[in-house]
Design a protein around this ligand. Structure first.
Ligand SMILES: Cc1cc2nc3c(=O)[nH]c(=O)nc-3n(C[C@H](O)[C@H](O)[C@H](O)COP(=O)(O)O)c2cc1C
Length: 222
């Protein structure tokens, strides 16, 4: 029976229980190799990979299917330099003036500071914007729903896709990020969500020796 406005679920594929267990394990193993990297190589990579990973992000679920995001892919050296300069200026103030001691203590194991060379070194920066409302052709504001949740899910899917493709990412949130609207010419209804630095790791890259919570600490089955 067909219902107007609906189509059959043609995309779903069912797997046997055994296949499901094996697929879940192999995805788990792939994803457990993901790390945030802060030392990037300048090695070029195919733009098609970025396009495909963004295709995954754009397929994400979103509140009322509003898809309240905009992704700006930056590879232009001059634009990257502008972003680095503005981010380092904000971060200098953050690390030396604005950040409370508790926040700095939480960041200490990561070894981060105001220097962000990767914003110029990495071949791609994907700047994710969260669109809080849209403006119709006759100038009306149309609200988006569950914007943060939706953009967070899309970004998680993007990070996963980039990792599965064989690249690394750094989620960077310079505080505050308003300068990104100006540098990238995005409208006021779009708030910068984060910068995803994308590329190959530098051959000498190291990552902090940190761990994840145990199931007992963060997981309940009832
Ligand atoms: C919302 C968010 C903001 C982050 N902002 C920064 C950042 O500005 N600079 C940075 O070096 N890492 C940043 N990170 C990366 C985290 O420090 C990193 O994910 C965390 O230490 C866990 O390490 P892992 O990703 O290797 O598991 C951010 C991560 C998230 C999810």
């Amino acid at each position: 029976m067909s219902v107007p406005g609906f189509v059959p679920l043609a995309t779903y594929r069912e797997f046997s229980a055994q296949e499901m267990v094996s697929r879940a394990k192999s995805f788990r193993d792939e994803m457990l190799r993901r790390r945030t990297v802060r030392q990037f190589s300048s090695r070029a990579l195919p733009r098609e990979v970025i396009e495909d990973c963004l295709r995954v992000a754009r397929s994400a679920p979103s509140g009322a299917n509003k898809q309240p995001w905009h992704f700006v892919v930056v590879s232009d050296a001059e634009v990257k330099t502008k972003i680095r300069a503005a981010a380092e200026e904000e971060e200098r103030r953050f690390y030396h003036e604005r950040a409370p001691k508790e926040w700095l203590d939480a960041l200490a194991p990561l070894g981060t500071d105001e220097n962000k060379p990767y914003l110029e070194t990495a071949p791609y920066l994907i700047v994710v914007f969260a669109q809080h409302y849209e403006v119709s052709s006759d100038g009306r504001k149309m609200k988006n729903y569950y914007v943060t949740e939706s953009v967070g899910i899309a970004t998680g899917m993007l990070i996963s896709a980039i990792h599965i493709a064989g690249l690394v990412t750094l989620t960077h949130t310079p505080s505050p990020m308003g300068f990104l609207n100006q540098v990238l010419g995005r409208p006021v209804q779009e708030k910068p969500f984060l910068i995803l630095v994308v590329g190959y790791p530098d051959g000498e890259a190291c990552v902090p020796d940190i761990s994840k919570k145990s199931p007992e600490e963060c997981l309940t089955f009832t």
